[in-house]
Design a protein around this ligand. Structure first.
Ligand code: ADP
Ligand code: NA
Length: 330
């Protein structure tokens, strides 16, 4: 039997950070040999909130370069830009016709996102984007979609749409399963350790970007927020009462392959914890940044890698669209 086909996509935000790496990307790299991995940089989704030229294309290239830099192997995984595979748009229309207005109206993410954009342009695409996401998944006969709780509703609507299509037109689409992603570290902001490290951190001081220079990384770690406890037992893992220290311990553990408790054992000063964690992160990120810079400096090679991915993706996608059109009878 074939290994399961697994699809994980990423929005082309450009600036991937340590949280993305330790929470998601590293698992994709480790998982690529055990499954038939498809990874799309979903630039069509970014269009739902894009109003300026150049931005999406640039972010797509940077995001794709980072996926290769962290270790996704273009010979092993299928890494592609969504807009390079026109079948996404083709199947999206078909899926729009399998999902009702009422179902889309119940999507909590649309309610959140449109509320945030109140007073500015709320595109119809923002409303229908679960139908494009359904197409993304169904196009590849995907077996498994690793998603967090915030995306479960979108996988449900995808399954319902596929079941409805199969009922109407005959057995055509593979029904995907939502699966819990391999456990990754949950990385908190270095400045506010009670909230997730995120690209929406405005100052950037709490966020380690994968493109950050080593000196900048060390500086951010040295300024990491901890607490005012002192004494030989002050370096210990306690998420609840010591979120800053625990975050540093967990980051250190994640990049050195230890447990937070093991990291804590050898340390009794916050200064040392910060420096050692910064150094461990620098050691982990430096080779990634070097590969990234190499690829960004060689646009021809990056374009070639994305062409290889798009060809592999289209091979599957075009067969699915043909099957769908045949089933409908068009
Ligand atoms: P951001 O929060 O910066 O907007 P995204 O929402 O685009 O990041 O997340 C992309 C992937 O990275 C998701 O799989 C998400 O779970 C993971 N991720 C994002 N931030 C973190 C974090 N701080 N710790 C662990 N994983 C994270
Ligand atoms: Na997200």
């Amino acid at each position: 039997s074939h290994p399961p086909r697994v699809l994980s996509c990423i929005q082309p935000t450009g600036d991937l950070h340590l949280g993305n790496y330790l929470g998601a990307l590293r698992n994709w790299v480790n998982g690529q040999h055990g499954c038939d991995a498809f990874h799309g940089v979903v630039d069509l989704h970014a269009l739902t909130v894009t109003e300026q030229p150049g931005v999406v294309g640039d972010a797509t290239l940077r995001t794709a370069a980072m996926l290769f830099a962290v270790g996704l192997d273009p010979e092993v995984a299928t890494v592609f830009a969504q807009s390079h595979v026109p079948e996404h748009s083709q199947l999206a229309w078909v899926m729009q016709c399998q999902i009702s207005f009422g179902e889309l109206s119940r999507m909590t993410q649309f309610k959140d996102k449109s509320a945030k954009r109140e007073g500015s342009f709320v595109s119809a695409g923002l409303f229908t984007y679960p139908t494009l996401q359904a197409a993304d998944i169904l196009l590849y006969d995907t077996n498994e979609v690793p998603v967090g709780d915030d995306q479960r509703q979108h996988i449900e609507i995808t399954r319902d749409a596929a079941i409805r299509f199969n009922h109407r037109f005959g057995d055509t689409l593979v029904i995907p399963e939502a699966v819990t992603p391999a456990a990754g570290a949950r990385v908190m902001s270095l400045q506010d350790p009670t909230s997730k490290m995120s690209k929406s951190d405005e100052s950037g001081a709490g966020c380690i970007y994968l493109v950050d220079e080593s000196a900048a990384i060390m500086k951010k770690f040295k300024r990491a927020v901890t607490d005012s406890e002192t004494g030989p037992d002050s370096v210990r893992f306690d998420r609840e009462n010591k979120p800053g220290v625990s975050n540093l311990l967990e980051i250190n553990a994640a990049v050195t392959g230890r447990t937070p408790q093991q990291v804590a054992e050898g340390l009794d000063m916050y200064g040392k914890l910060k420096v050692e964690t910064g150094e461990a992160v620098v050691a982990a990120i430096e080779p990634i940044r070097e590969r990234y810079n190499e690829l960004m400096g060689d646009p021809g090679e990056l374009a070639r890698l994305l062409r290889v991915g798009a060809e592999k993706a289209r091979h599957v996608a075009s067969a699915t669209v043909e099957r769908v059109h045949d089933a409908i009878g068009m």
